[in-house]
Structures are given as structure tokens and as C-alpha cells.
Design a protein around this ligand. Sequence first.
Ligand SMILES: *[C@@H]1O[C@H](CO)[C@@H](O)[C@H](O)[C@H]1NC(C)=O
Ligand SMILES: [Ca+2]
Length: 144
Amino acid sequence: MNFKAVFIFLFFTIFFDTVTANTECVWATGKVLCQKNQTLVLNTIVELFDLDSPQGMNIKNPIDPDDKVAFTLVEEEDGIFRVEGCASDQDWFPGIKNQPEMYFRIFHFCNNPNGEYKYIWPIFRVFVPTTYDKHIEDPIILDN
Ligand SMILES: *[C@@H]1O[C@H](CO)[C@@H](O)[C@H](O)[C@H]1NC(C)=O
Ligand SMILES: [Ca+2]
């Protein structure tokens, strides 16, 4: 057994695991409203994404599409949804945590029977064990 090789292997495994990726999990809950007819919130799909554009915020990166982390279906007319999942982001600078930038993409039928997408900005960085529940108090209005 070559202890030196084992040591070097373990060192690099641990080093790269801790330095190059940062996994965070999200527990999110919220509410969607369709003010013209609340029945139309049924079958809304709420997707949770991790933005992967290098500088975050509202710029899309066409080469490296954002990662879909989780999704859920709105099954009750109250419009309440719950979604959870984990995302992992590259840490570009050793020791500086690059936390995933989370946002919702919603596919809904409030304005159009064929459905349409709505993106909810800005991104948020609220991770387990804290539940991201901003959109319970401040529901997402789907009407255009
Ligand atoms: C609301 O939408 C549902 C589902 O399409 C429909 O059955 C219902 O008649 C609508 N209600 C009103 C008040 O328009
Ligand atoms: Ca990201």
C-alpha cells in the first residue's frame, strides 16, 4: 500500500470537493393569484431555477442554460405551492462562496388558455434551514 499516494489522493479529493462546488438546498413556498378568475391558477407549474450567468441578476446566458432544480404543480384553487431542491454552483475563487442564484419560472393559464411563462425577479438566496416564503405575504399576480 502506497500511503503517500493515498494521502495525496485524499487531499485533492477533499480539497476540490470543498473548494470547487457549493451545494445549497431550498425550501420555498408561495402563492399565485389570477385576479380575473382564481380557478385559472389550477395546473400552474412552478419551476425553481439556478441562474448560471456569471454576473447573476437578470442577464441570461445562452451558452450555459440555467439549471432546473425542482418543479411543482398547483393543485388547489388557493394557489399555494411548495417546492424544494438542491443546487450546486462553481466557486470561481477559492474560499469565496458562490451561492446559487434562485428564481422561479411559472407556466400558467391566467391570461391565455395555451399557457405562458412568467419569470419572477430578482433572484433570491435563502437556503435550508430557512424557508423562502416571501410570496405567501406578497403573492405572485399572474394577470397581465
Ligand atoms: C373561471 O374559469 C373556469 C375554468 O376555465 C371556468 O369554468 C369559470 O366559468 C370561470 N369563472 C368565471 C367567473 O369566469
Ligand atoms: Ca448559479
